[in-house]
Design a protein around this ligand. Structure first.
Ligand code: TYM
Length: 342
């Protein structure tokens, strides 16, 4: 059986990176897999959250999933804290994962920054909870953006070590699914920095709830270089973009990648199409496309958010269905590790 698990943290604004790197791909995968799409509120509290805001943002992420086209009737949409198996399995996996493995996690280093001593234990153990999310459902595939790749490799290592330590063939090793033209959307202000919810400048990202004017302004102000768009000289004989050109022009290729993802094309096809055009023109076309996609979704999100009772009922149903899958896995884990279940 092929099963997908993936999640988004309900921390701040969902942005184009979350959409193009993850949620949009989730929508596409619904026909081929059984999917669980989760709002990971337990991950969110690894850094301080305002309780009222956390609740509101949990609903907002749920609304974004539905507005983007996730079918909560066929698949499972829920918030993590409502399924006890995540925290229960995370504890067992904390005892399987090694300190040395976690010490290598680049996201922890970035998020903890210089004040490492003052970071929460939760922030450090974050990737183990993520492994538990996936393994509680024995998910086989995990669609994410590029930045989660290291965490997924860790989840595979943890699954493998659990199987080895206990001499079982219990957890499948989950495969990352990282695809599309925008697996790593960069900041609109700095092509070498990831587009992120936590960036202080709202101009650095396009939020899923931005209106047409905001999207237009942000794209118009997006940093580029003085050259026009790359043309055929930037393509290699096999028709793909030359990585050296991409490296030289991060801002240009970020916008090209965003356009390509929205238009369902490859970056090379976009380079061929706009060869040598001025950025002012390209930015107008990009704005129209972004507004067309996000505008409809933003309107649907607002409509859904006006009815929190409905969103809560979707999450409640989702959690019931998720529990029914995770609880038996957790019971088996308890047997395997030797917890007495009298
Ligand atoms: P989070 O909430 O930071 O991001 C959610 C998803 O969006 C992707 N993403 C991006 N993709 C492209 N460009 C960007 N600039 C960009 N920024 C974010 C992320 O890769 C992710 O797929 N740890 C996860 C949540 C999580 C999870 C899981 C994911 C918890 N448990 C189990 C998969 C499986 C996170 O913080 O994502």
């Amino acid at each position: 059986m092929r099963r997908i698990f993936s999640g988004v943290q309900p921390t701040g604004n969902l942005h184009l990176g979350n959409y193009l790197g993850a949620i949009r791909n989730w929508v596409k995968l619904q026909g081929d897999y059984d999917c669980l799409y989760c709002i990971v509120d337990q991950h969110a509290i690894t850094v301080r959250q305002d309780p009222k805001e956390l609740r509101a943002q949990t609903r907002e992420v749920a609304a974004a999933f539905l507005a983007a086209g996730i079918d909560a009737g066929r698949h499972i949409v829920f918030n993590q804290s409502q399924v006890p198996a995540h925290a229960q399995l995370a504890w067992v996996l904390n005892c399987v994962a090694r300190l040395g493995w976690l010490n290598r996690m680049t996201q922890f280093k970035e998020k903890a920054g210089k004040d490492r001593e003052n970071a929460s234990i939760g922030l450090y153990a974050y990737p183990v909870l993520m492994a538990a999310d996936i393994l509680a459902y024995k998910a086989t595939h995990v669609p994410v953006g590029e930045d989660q790749k290291q965490h997924l490799e860790l989840a595979r290592d943890i699954a493998q070590k659990f199987n080895n330590d206990y001499g079982v063939d219990f957890f499948p090793l989950p495969e990352p699914l990282i695809f599309g033209a925008a697996t790593r959307v960069m900041s609109l202000r700095d092509g070498r920095k990831k587009m992120s919810k936590s960036d202080a400048s709202d101009m650095s990202r396009i939020n899923m709830t931005d209106d047409a004017d905001a999207v237009a302004l942000k794209i118009r102000k997006a940093k580029t270089d003085p050259l026009p768009l790359p043309g055929p000289e930037a393509l290699r004989p096999d028709g793909t973009v030359d990585p050296a050109d991409e490296e030289r022009r991060p801002e240009a290729y970020n916008l090209i990648g965003i356009y390509a993802a929205l238009a369902d094309k490859t970056p090379a096809a976009v380079v061929a199409e706009f060869a040598g055009a001025e950025f002012s023109l390209f930015k107008k076309v990009l704005t129209d496309l972004a507004v067309a996609t996000l505008g409809a979704m933003g309107a649907e999100m607002s409509r859904l958010m006006a009815d929190p009772g409905y969103i809560d009922s979707v999450l409640r149903q989702g959690a019931l269905r998720a529990r029914a899958i995770a609880a038996p896995t957790m019971a088996e884990v308890e047997d395997i590790v030797g917890f007495l279940r009298p």
